[in-house]
Design a protein around this ligand. Structure first.
Ligand code: NAD
Length: 294
């Protein structure tokens, strides 16, 4: 999308085939959403178990679509077979975009991004789904930072309509446009935002998070808060949301954002989510968080 006077004009940026790095909560969801919208995916992880879980999640979501009568079984089978799992970089030399959704660790991401850049075409746009790391900093690992951009999905990917497209200082308009176009092809609404801690949506959510953990410290019952916010109209309450995101991920993002804005977003006490993260009580993925999961 290029600026033209006061409006915008769309430039050609079709994505025919995508690569996804990481088959976890986000990578699995991104691969499924891309494939179901007609863009085949090659999905790489370092663990066979993770690939199996990612494919299993896609299979579960497709079975739900079939049960609901939205697609037929043969279409579901075709979509599933358009997600190609790999432990190597098989097929990455023919993708138009790569979406990186591996562990939220700066050095690991930098080394994996540099590695994948050597295995794709020079024109391939590489995107990161980071929630909290700087796109500018991650881009320093790359030879072609102009082709690097943030593509921040929300959890669960298949259900959440917004995607933040984060331009780093060297990201070119064409790369951002291709990623915005890919988001639209996936049925999402892209919003181009600046590269700052929390980008846009997580900055807003953090203020709610601070109110939530402050209420808990004041003695409120998290189940009651969840119930009231669901009655208010939220699809889920703040405690359940933490269980879905994962206490480790959430706590890390909160730390980055609160540190990034100093007094403007200070939490001056040890809060429940940090304590649970320390105790490895991560939420749904570990079987217990605010709630217990069988
Ligand atoms: P996750 O732990 O569920 O999955 C990460 C996956 O990456 C694992 O399967 C792991 O095996 C794999 N992996 C690790 N190193 C790898 C490598 N070198 N190559 C390929 N795969 C590798 O994590 P997640 O929650 O899916 O988060 C992934 C990214 O998405 C993080 O950057 C996170 O900040 C971001 N994110 C998470 C959420 C959320 O709600 N969980 C929301 C938005 C963005």
């Amino acid at each position: 999308i290029k600026k033209k006077g006061k409006g915008y004009t769309t430039i050609a940026c079709k994505v025919e085939r995508a690569g996804v790095l990481g088959a976890g909560i986000m990578g699995g969801g991104i691969a499924y959403t891309s494939a179901v919208r007609g863009v085949p995916v090659v999905m790489k992880d370092i663990a066979q178990g993770a690939l199996d879980l990612g494919i299993g999640e896609a299979r579960r979501l497709l079975a739900k679509q079939v049960t609901q009568g939205r697609i037929g079984q043969s279409r579901a089978d075709a979509v599933l077979s358009s997600i190609e799992p790999t432990l190597e970089f098989n097929g990455f030399d023919s993708v138009d975009v790569v979406v990186e959704a591996i562990v939220e660790n700066l050095n690991v991401k930098k080394s994996v991004l540099a590695d994948v850049e050597r295995r794709v075409q020079p024109s391939t746009v590489i995107a990161t789904n980071t929630s909290s790391l700087s796109v500018a900093e991650l881009g320093t690992a790359l030879v072609r930072p102009e082709n690097f951009v943030g593509m921040h999905f929300f959890n669960p990917v298949a259900a959440m309509p917004l995607v933040e497209v984060i331009k780093g200082p060297k990201t070119c308009d064409e790369a951002a446009a291709r990623i915005a176009g890919y988001a639209m092809a996936m049925g999402k609404t892209p919003v181009v935002v600046k590269d700052c801690p929390g980008f846009l949506v997580n900055r807003i959510l953090t203020t709610q998070f601070v109110s939530f953990v402050t209420l808990l410290r004041d003695g409120a019952d998290f189940r009651r808060i969840d119930q009231v916010m669901e009655d208010f109209g939220w699809p889920m309450g703040p405690a359940y949301l933490q269980d879905v995101i994962g206490m480790d991920t959430s706590n890390h993002v909160i730390e980055v954002i609160t540190a990034g804005y100093g007094d403007r977003m200070k939490i001056g006490f040890r809060h429940a989510v940090a304590v649970m993260a320390e105790q490895k009580r991560y939420g749904q993925k570990s079987g217990a968080g605010f709630y217990r999961y069988e």
